[in-house]
Design a protein around this ligand. Structure first.
Ligand code: URA
Length: 425
């Protein structure tokens, strides 16, 4: 097969065969083609797109480049939940135990956060003792015993995606719908779940900035799922403002604890209950309203909270020992009005500068650093009232001013955007 001819074919918008995509991907994994040539191929896809069939070919080749997890020994419906990542997104910490408490199995392999704020793995690492590197046997046993387990993503899954995604990041070719869809789906399908629920974030704090592109991405992922007989459901949720009150690794674990103790942010509650209900309704084949009643019951009865503690303890974590040692800086408002916007990008940049995020996988992070929002979208604030708290070990120049300027406070109250935009099945 001729590499230049394959690239030219895509540059001329001609459809590629399975064996051509397979040849390109496998040659790259085996270092038979270099970054420069692979970049040409990626740019040809980026500029000319891929049909659903070609996107499936790419997904399939990437799945086969690594290990595929077999969860059939669980003898249960298994549901995975994936979030495309947002500011203050601690949903996995909340929905995994809720859904496990309903009897549905939730295996989660999570990535380390690259970017402005930490990923689920970083949040869990802020709990002393929590073990993220379980062996396959330990993972299955944890799932059998507790019903949910969260570990770090195996290096052996979708090996080709790892290499291609890193190259895409390097050359700035991330925001391509077929490339994102195949990247996410290759990892999810290789992880072995029957049902995959995707929380696709849309807005300033997410990599999908508008509903039109997010819808296209969602539909592509649902279509790919059909090739594997997997139910894929995508919910588009608003990420123009941070999710919940706390942003930062240990702070987000604290917010999850508060949640199970009945103290929650309204938007976080709404999304958590919705995603949990979606997972339960598709696994148990029951209506959304029935699943929602079950979720509320699990929360109010304390069963979900007990499951949360059971899960953390089973993986060696001591929830009373969070790596949360930091100084506090209280920020008060210099004006009165209504909070009409909270700039999630600005907030996440501040949280990153405080040390809570990383650029390279090997970068150290400060688990305790972050911010707590005292005032929420739509709320009235008076001059002199507390807007929020900055948790820091390393001061950032003008951090109070940056924090305050993330809040857009006007005299007139604007309509608050709904958190759940739509669901695509
Ligand atoms: N997340 C992924 O795993 N892959 C992408 O391409 C984008 C986001």
């Amino acid at each position: 097969m001729n590499i230049d001819e394959i690239i030219l074919k895509k540059e001329n918008k001609e459809p590629l065969e399975y064996k051509e995509i397979e040849y390109m991907v496998n040659s790259y994994v085996k270092n038979k083609i270099n970054d420069k040539t692979m970049s040409k191929f990626i740019w040809a896809i980026y500029n000319n797109g891929l049909s659903i069939k070609e996107t499936y070919y790419l997904t399939d080749v990437m799945i086969k480049s690594g290990e595929v997890i077999d969860l059939s020994s669980l003898n249960k419906k298994v549901v995975d939940k994936h979030s495309t990542g947002g500011v203050g997104d601690k949903i996995t910490l909340i929905v995994s135990p809720i859904v496990a408490a309903s009897g549905v199995c939730v295996p989660k392999m999570s990535g380390r956060g690259l970017g402005l704020t930490g990923g689920t793995v970083d949040k869990l690492e802020s709990i002393s003792g929590y073990k993220l590197n379980l062996t396959k046997k330990e993972f299955i046993n944890a799932l059998k015993k507790v019903g949910c387990a969260v570990i770090s993503q195996s290096e052996q899954i979708a090996v080709a995606d790892k290499k291609i995604y890193a190259l895409r990041n390097e050359i700035g070719a991330v925001d391509s719908i077929p490339l994102i869809a195949s990247s996410i789906m290759s990892k999810k399908i290789a992880s072995g779940s029957d049902i995959i629920i995707i929380d696709l974030k849309v807005g300033e704090g997410a990599f999908m900035k508008n509903i039109k592109d997010a819808t296209k991405l969602a539909k592509t992922m649902v279509e790919i799922g059909k090739y594997y007989n997997k139910k894929v459901i995508c919910t588009l949720s608003d990420m123009n403002i941070p999710l919940g009150s706390n942003i930062g690794n240990a702070l987000e674990v604290k917010e999850a604890i508060d949640f199970f103790n009945g103290k929650y942010d309204k938007r976080l509650y709404e999304l958590s209950v919705y995603i949990s209900s979606l997972m339960i309704s598709s696994a148990k084949n029951i209506s959304m309203s029935r699943a929602k009643r079950l979720v509320i019951n699990l929360l109010e009865s304390g069963h979900a909270r007990n499951k949360f503690y059971e899960w953390i303890k089973n993986q060696g974590g001591d929830i009373t020992k969070l790596k949360d040692k930091a100084r506090k800086y209280i920020v008060v408002s210099t004006k009165s009005g209504y909070v009409n916007e909270i700039d999630s990008h600005k907030i996440s940049q501040l949280v990153f500068d405080l040390g809570a995020g990383r650029v390279k996988k090997t970068d150290k992070i400060d688990y305790a650093a972050g911010v707590m929002l005292n005032k929420k979208i739509g709320q009235r604030v008076l001059k002199g009232e507390i807007l929020g708290v900055i948790f820091y070990n390393k001061k950032v120049e003008n951090m109070d001013k940056i924090f305050e300027s993330s809040f857009i406070i006007d005299k007139k109250k604007k309509r608050v955007k709904k958190i759940i935009i739509k669901t695509i099945k």
